[in-house]
Design a protein around this ligand. Structure first.
Ligand code: PLP
Length: 352
């Protein structure tokens, strides 16, 4: 039998266990469906799709709407099927065989996987035990590894922490790499690198509709960056990669910004409530700027707590066998009642 590429034998895939439980707080989706007005709007406009024709190859209308949202030019916006495909296109264009990609751990596991699938070598720098990056260590690491691409996630997944904004300049000043700031959770956070984008800086920012926009099912993500870089991404990606339905869904979503902002606000307030409750239960909690919270249950036996929660119908993410995360679990902020169920289940599992 033909064998898989020898540099891909490491791949065990990327799987968040999909256990069938009532309360699913493991993949950082929105706990709520999109607003009904969005669904009705989209359903009505599906009639206009020209099904026999290929989609608009560069998604002109959606690109303009995204550009307008961020006060950029449409030429500086790239779109794809989820931000994972955005990141993959970046890796295919700027990483690949013979090049190095830098990732920071703990971090989003897909960055390293996407880089390796592109053929690149991955160099990983560990965060300090408080999950922050040591600026001096970052500078040295970048100088010695000389990467083509650096992935930085802010707010970071799975820690939930925002990076200090100075880290963007520090990385850009330390090497000649393309810096990709993954802002999958930026709507819940404090700052964005988008205003720092300029034609002469190798800085791009990726965003997704999967979290804030309650649209994980549609697979839509985008990137904002200098036009020259964005043009290269459009050259690499497959023709007609973004189908007409997804383009339309994104466009319709962007006409419901107010509802989305309200959801973000309510998730942020639930996040704060969850943090307080976890704290009161004696867990170690990392203050989060995202829609999830990393915590270490009292006693530190994360895997036992994970199983005990599952047996009570609550699924969270067990991060305890990830590098640097022994003892830690990640819970996505759910609806108030889901969060109550989680807290109750955690209390019960603590009592035996
Ligand atoms: C969820 C997530 C994504 C989103 O991926 P999509 O492909 O857009 O669903 C990207 N980056 C990070 C850090 C994430 O946590």
């Amino acid at each position: 039998m033909i064998e898989v590429r020898s540099d891909l034998t490491f791949l065990s895939g990327y799987h968040s266990p999909q256990v069938d439980v009532e309360v699913r707080l493991n993949t950082n989706e929105s706990p709520l469906p999109p607003p009904q007005a969005f669904v009705d709007d989209l359903a009505a406009r599906l009639h206009d799709i020209k099904w026999n024709r290929y989609p608009d190859r560069t998604a002109t209308a959606l690109r303009s709407a995204v550009a307008e949202r961020h006060q950029r030019d449409p030429g500086g916006v790239f779109l794809a099927n989820g931000s994972n495909e955005v990141l993959q296109t970046v890796a295919l264009t700027y990483a690949g065989t013979g090049r190095t990609v830098v990732c920071f751990e703990p971090g989003y596991q897909m960055h390293a996987q996407i880089a390796r699938v592109s053929g690149a070598t991955v160099a990983t720098l560990d965060r300090r035990s408080d999950f922050t990056l040591d600026p001096g260590a970052v500078r040295e690491f970048l100088a010695s590894t000389d990467p083509s691409v650096v992935f930085l996630t802010s707010p970071n997944n799975p820690t939930g922490m925002s990076e200090p904004i100075e880290m963007v300049d520090l990385i850009l000043d330390s090497c000649g790499a393309l810096l990709v700031v993954d802002e999958a959770y930026a709507e819940f956070g404090r700052w964005s690198a988008i205003p720092m984008i300029a034609d002469d800086r190798p800085l791009v920012v990726s965003r997704t509709f999967s979290k804030t926009w309650s649209m994980a099912a549609a697979r839509l993500g985008y990137l904002v960056g200098p036009e020259a870089i964005v043009a290269n991404l459009w050259n690499t990606v497959l023709p007609y990669h973004l189908d007409s339905v997804t383009q339309l869904a994104g466009l319709v979503a962007l006409s419901h910004v107010e509802e989305m902002d309200q959801r973000v606000a309510s998730i942020v307030s639930e996040r704060e409530r969850l943090t307080t409750r976890l704290d009161a239960l004696g867990a170690r909690v990392v203050p989060s700027d995202a829609n999830f919270v990393l915590f270490s249950p009292r006693g530190g036996n994360a895997s036992a707590t994970w199983s005990s929660l599952v047996s009570r119908g609550v699924l969270v993410r067990d991060c305890s066998n990830w590098r640097g995360l022994s003892g830690w679990l990640r819970v996505t902020v759910g609806t108030p009642s889901e969060n109550d169920r989680f807290i109750e289940a955690l209390k019960e599992s603590r009592n035996g």
